[in-house]
Structure formats: C-alpha cells, structure tokens
Design a protein around this ligand. Sequence first.
Ligand code: ZN
Length: 270
Amino acid sequence: MPEGHTLHRLAAQHTELFTDTRVAVSSPQGRFAAEAARLDGLVFDRAEAWGKHLFHRYAPPHTGGASGAVVHVHLGLYGAFTDFERPVAPVGQVRMRVVGPRGGTDLRGPAACGLVTEEDVDRILARLGPDPLRAECAPDTAWHRISRSTRPIGALLMDQRVIAGVGNVYRAEVLFRSGIDPHRPGRAVSRAEFDGIWCDLVALMPIGVARGRMHVVRPEHDHGAPAYAPDRPRTYVYRRAGEPCRVCGTPVPTEVMDGRNLFWCPVCQT
Ligand SMILES: [Zn+2]
C-alpha cells in the first residue's frame, strides 16, 4: 500500500499540473461519472495530502474562491495515478481522469474516490493522527496514545489514528533504526525513544517525497545485500526474512502482526 510520502508527492505533482487551470474531468469507467460531470470545466485550486488521503480542491469559476468542490481519494492497496502529456484512449478501469492544459492523470483502482463536503473532510481528518510530513503537526497526540497503550509499538505505528502516513515499510525501518523491538508495548516506549521515532519520520519521509522512493539505510550500512526486489529501495529488515541483518548478521525473522507482515532484528532491536 502506498505510504504517506507517495500521497504528498502526488499532491505536489497534481498542484503543479492543474492549479489555476480549467480542467476536464471524466470517468471513462463510469463509476465516478455523475461526480465527474459536476467537476468538469471547473478551475482546479490545489491538491493536498494528509497521511494516506489525497484531496483535490476545486474553485468555482464564477467566484475564483477556494471553497469549491473537494474530491477525496484513498488509493488503498491497488490504486494508482498514471500521468500523461496528451490524452490517449483510456486503458483499463479508469475511475477518474483529470486533464488540464499542462497534461493529465488517470486514477485506477482506488479504495475511495468521491465528492465530499468540508464536513466530510473534517471527519476524515479528525480520525487521523499527526502527519510527520505536515509542518503544523505536533507529535503530542501520538505520544499521548502510544504512552497509554498496551498494544505493541509495531501495531501502533501502523494505526492511522496514531500517526498518519506510516505504512509497513516505514514502520519496520524506523523501528529498526531506533533499536526498538516492534513487540514492545507502547507504554514501555520512553518519551525520548518516541521523540527519536518522530524525528526520524520527519527526516526520512521528505526524502521519500523528493525522490519518489524511500531512502532508509544509513550510508555506513548501505552495502552488501541488494534491495528485496528490482527497482525497490534497500531496506534494513522490510521483506528481508531469512536474510542476514545488515548490522549484526542475524537472520531477519518475520511474523504476521494485525494482518500485516512484520520484519525486525531480534538482536539490534530490544
Ligand atoms: Zn541486527
């Protein structure tokens, strides 16, 4: 599933592509057709991301204001945007197509794509914890939840109500970099350790936004075993089950925690 850096990168790309231009919106697949008809021809204001949620904001053409329609997108496991310079015949199940004078994008396979109200936006944001990629977000509410919880820190970091935008890869890698066993209960994590996790996310996730891929292995460890798959980032533990830890050589174990595969080093993480 795409993690927060992917959504923030999409928001920046869509803002650059469409802001202050009149866009054509359609739903070649048909499942977003009624909503697309209401958006078609409006001026695109901006795109924003919060955690794994993306919002397209439209300005009504007669006002030029910023309080127009809002489209909410959650990519889920399979959703993806594909950009193009000139419109081509849609391939596959394109839920939403947005085309402006500078190019366009096709959305396929999202878990959610709908026209929402400002109240809906507020409800969605109210369910989300602080996003390390949003400068205005303070980590205090995340610390409040973690420090009172008996749930393992590995599960808490995946919970979007605790921290928004962290997925399976950042969860595994940040816990490795912090030396914290993912099974440790939240309330056994110290404030200093939590601050370390938060600061690491604040440092790492913008690199993912800028490069379009994660970069989590420190230079001194960035040698030896290649990435877990071609064209994927090198990781310390994520999807390296059975491979030697990049730091201590211990084989990386894996297990399922809350329905998602977990990876860690039992020696480096305590
Ligand atoms: Zn190790």
